[in-house]
Design a protein around this ligand. Structure first.
Ligand code: PEP
Length: 245
């Protein structure tokens, strides 16, 4: 039985006090039976970790453990402040920071070796969905990202399927589209790592998930939870999504 996972990706939103208030408020809810992880700005991780609230994740990380990389944050630094998770391969990193599959693989390997758990994000642009090349597009992302990742490493990974055309657009994918892709992703991992590893792998959905559609999305086959952006910035709306899990 796979434990459901829900991540709140706050992106570059909310200044210090609002972030802290929201983190504190969410942390005061009765502990969920599923895994609930908050991804605030990296700037606030250290202080929030000292509040002993909900588990925390970073939105990005460098591909080396230490070194002369001005402005970057290393996985070991994240680990040293009790940050548990990191998002890798988010489409906004790929789109606005030119992160390609090779870099994503380097980051993934370094993060795992440093003891972080990884939410690996994949998903196709609208053109690939339109031309029915969405499955091969996502498969190529997965193959590249998981190069040299073994079955033990895979236990520390969660896959987030996030169609790019659904992120922040209000257009969430349909049940047929989500179930097709999640089933395909599980089958791909089964081909590479075996059935047991694939059966234990959590695959979550992200893309305009909100209080109105969350309950339906979380009930779809092969959906083990969600990664939520905009709708996680408001306490009431995110609380409803937590309840839907
Ligand atoms: C995301 O960026 O991971 C995301 C799912 O965003 P939104 O929920 O706003 O579409």
């Amino acid at each position: 039985m796979r434990k459901k996972f829900l991540g709140a990706n706050w992106k570059m939103n909310l200044a210090y006090q609002k972030s802290k208030d929201l983190y504190t408020e969410l942390s005061s809810l009765s502990p969920p039976s599923s895994e609930l992880v908050i991804f605030p700005s990296t700037l606030f991780l250290s202080e929030f970790a000292s509040l002993n609230g909900l588990p925390l994740g970073a939105q990005d990380v460098h591909f080396e453990t230490y070194g002369a990389f001005t402005g970057s944050v290393s996985p070991l630094q994240l680990k040293s402040i009790s940050c548990e998770y990191v998002l890798i391969g988010h489409s906004e990193r790929r789109q606005y920071f030119n992160e390609n599959n090779v870099l994503v693989n380097l980051k993934l390997k370094c993060a795992i070796q440093s003891g972080l758990k990884v939410i690996f994000c994949c998903g196709e642009p609208y053109e690939n969905r339109k031309s029915s090349t969405h499955l091969s597009f996502v498969l190529a992302q997965i193959k590249a990202a998981f190069n040299e990742i073994n079955e033990t490493d895979l236990k520390n990974c969660i896959i987030a399927y996030e169609p790019i055309w659904a992120i922040g657009t209000g257009l969430n994918a349909s049940q047929v589209e989500i179930e097709e892709m999640h089933g395909f992703i599980r089958e791909s991992f089964s081909n590479s790592y075996g059935t047991d590893a694939a059966d234990g792998l959590r695959i979550i959905y992200g893309g305009s998930c909100n209080q109105d559609n969350a309950s339906a999305i979380f009930s779809y086959k092969d959906v083990d939870g969600g990664l939520v952006g905009a709708a996680s910035l408001d306490f009431e709306s995110f609380q409803k999504i937590i309840t839907a899990l």
